[in-house]
Design a binder for this molecule. Structure first.
Ligand code: ADP
Length: 544
């Protein structure tokens, strides 16, 4: 049957099959807002009437600058199912980057959370495409310099709670997300209804993230980053409940919220779970319901996976993906282990098997190997390429260079091995690899090993220019007990180097290990290697 794969079909499920399931939000006022998918559907209809009144045309981009909340969730459905394109803006990027993205996307209206008003007010005079603003949150008395401005709840009150939804084509654009700019300028990725639908189905499969009606899912990964990993659409598809933490992302707030609404699965980047682990370890929370954490966006340290599973009984699904992949690429959920397998945690620290629907391959890096596929032997690293129905084919603006290889694969910019099971193991981002004396060093492998040391909380490794070797690795380490180590710094540094030399060749060991109070993070909580490299360079050239 030729049935259009659109988000409207998932919206119909919200109204019919799963209408009694609930959505929880930690509001700006610190209370828990709770309603059913059925209530949500009625508000989505009211919102669609509001989009009509805002004089939008089908295909127009509608910007959102918001935390993970029920109102943002309503926009996730109303905008694309009405025929518009939802453009989720990363609230942690700089003013210049926000202006660049809004301008490139030609956003017509921006929905903004009341707590983020100062951010938008500052850049609004420079936004030529935006015709109006809508203020979300609970406070209708809030004053703003944005103009013309409407209050979200007033707009909804004026609308009916049913809507005559248009028939959409599955190839129509539904959402626009920019990469978080870890390695360069953010680039826009346009998702179609079809890609989102198929991605949502893939997310629910048992051997990917295994979402079902038995779950309450807490996406801590922001709704402004790669569609919160597609979880809002996947949850509605299967009737999983949703728990949105709003702006409260500290470990202590997440721990209380997940306890209060009995979260079964939560998703976010590794740095988040580091803090949560310390919090849950205090034993103050009842978390029997919390079965699994989905971790992606950066490598989850092996030691932390083991600690969560052995000490707290919470299983870790390690996932790899990118904005350009909607974002799910691989997960470890489908790996099978022999119970006697002593290497279980080595395996779980890898990035896992491709989600059903995606194909992967690795290619050689040297010009003569360019079109040569490398073996899946778990040893040979190569450029990781993917293809599949939710992989991007070009960036939003034609000004960006062509994306796909001549034979139709997307080059991820990651370097990986693939083992005979099909499990990928990322060596590094190609831009983060360190080339020392003509040989490659993986910053990711060194970070993982450093974070396994009992005194180390976080560690990052970057390339430092070196006259003799070209580049040398430099490590920044944050200790668990930031101010006091049990050992003098020099002794601890020696110990870390000795520890590393048990696993790595001599030339891999960083001569320079600095102990710092904090590691700079990107807008979505990854180690900001671009910034660290800049800082190191400044220090080296004496500019600091
Ligand atoms: P940005 O490119 O701005 O960082 P993305 O979130 O799209 O935004 O980044 C995707 C990249 O993040 C991947 O190409 C990979 O380098 C890295 N990444 C994602 N998941 C993992 C993981 N589980 N392990 C290691 N690296 C990861």
């Amino acid at each position: 049957m030729n049935y259009p794969l659109t988000l409207s079909a998932i919206l119909r499920r919200m109204k019919q099959a799963v209408s009694t399931r609930k959505v929880f939000t930690q509001t700006n006022q610190g209370k828990i807002h709770c309603y059913s998918y059925g209530d949500c559907y009625r508000r989505v209809c009211q919102l669609a009437h509001a989009l009509n009144r805002l004089n939008l045309k089908p295909g127009d981009r509608v910007g959102t600058l918001a935390w993970n909340t029920f109102q943002h969730f309503e926009l996730y459905f109303a905008v694309p199912c009405w025929g518009g394109v939802l453009h989720t803006l990363n609230l942690r990027l700089s003013s210049e980057q926000l202006i660049y993205m809004i301008d490139e996307a030609q956003d017509q209206v921006i929905f903004v959370d009341e707590t983020l008003l100062p951010l938008l007010e500052k850049i609004a005079p420079k936004l030529s495409s935006v015709k109006s603003y809508v203020l979300m949150g609970g406070d209708r008395s809030q004053k703003t310099t944005l103009s013309p401005v409407f209050y979200y709840e007033d707009l909804l009150e004026a609308g009916f709670d049913c809507f005559d939804w248009p028939e959409l084509h599955e190839e129509m654009a539904a959402g626009l997300c920019y990469t978080s700019g870890t390695t360069g300028h953010p680039k826009g990725v346009l998702y179609s209804h079809r890609s989102q639908y198929l991605h949502a189905m893939a997310v629910c499969l048992v051997d990917t993230l295994g979402l079902s009606a038995r779950d309450t899912v807490m996406p801590v990964v922001p709704m402004f980053h790669a569609n919160a990993w597609g979880l809002p659409y996947a949850a509605v598809l299967v009737g999983a409940q949703l728990a949105f933490p709003g702006p409260f992302l500290k470990a202590i707030d997440l721990a209380s919220f997940l306890q209060e609404v009995s979260v079964t699965v939560a998703a976010g980047v590794p740095t988040l779970w580091l803090g949560l682990f310390q919090e849950l370890k205090t034993g103050q929370y009842k978390t029997d319901h919390l079965q699994r954490l989905v971790v992606g966006g950066a490598a989850m340290p092996r030691s932390l996976i083991e600690s969560f599973e052995k000490e707290l009984g919470i299983s870790i699904i390690h996932a790899w993906g990118m904005t350009e992949l909607s974002p799910l690429g691989t997960t470890t959920a489908g790996l099978r282990f022999d119970s006697s397998d002593s290497q279980i945690y080595d395996q779980k620290a890898k990035q896992g098997l491709p989600a059903p629907g995606l194909e992967v391959r690795i290619l050689g890096d040297l010009p003569r190997d360019l079109n040569e596929e490398l073996p899946w032997d778990g040893k040979t690293p190569g450029k990781l390429q993917v293809r599949g129905p939710w992989v991007v084919s070009s960036y939003f603006q034609a000004s960006h260079p062509a994306l796909l290889t001549q034979d139709g694969w997307f080059d991820t910019g990651d370097i990986s091995t693939i083992d005979p099971q099909g499990c990928i193991h990322l060596v590094d981002r190609s831009k983060d690899l360190i080339k020392s004396g003509g040989e490659w060093i993986s910053s990711m492998a060194l970070e993982n090993a450093l974070m396994a040391h009992p005194e180390v909380m976080e560690a990052v490794v970057v390339a430092m220019p070196d006259q003799k070797w070209g580049e040398r690795p430099l490590a920044w380490v944050v200790l668990k007990n930031k101010s006091v180590s049990t050992l003098p710094v020099k002794t601890l540094k020696d110990k870390l180097q000795i520890e590393l030399s048990k696993t790595f060749a001599k030339f891999w060991i960083p001569e320079k290990i600095d102990f710092v109070q904090e590691i700079p993070k990107t807008s979505i909580g990854k180690f900001d290697k671009k910034k660290i490299r800049e800082q190191v360079l400044k220090e080296q050239t004496g500019l600091n």
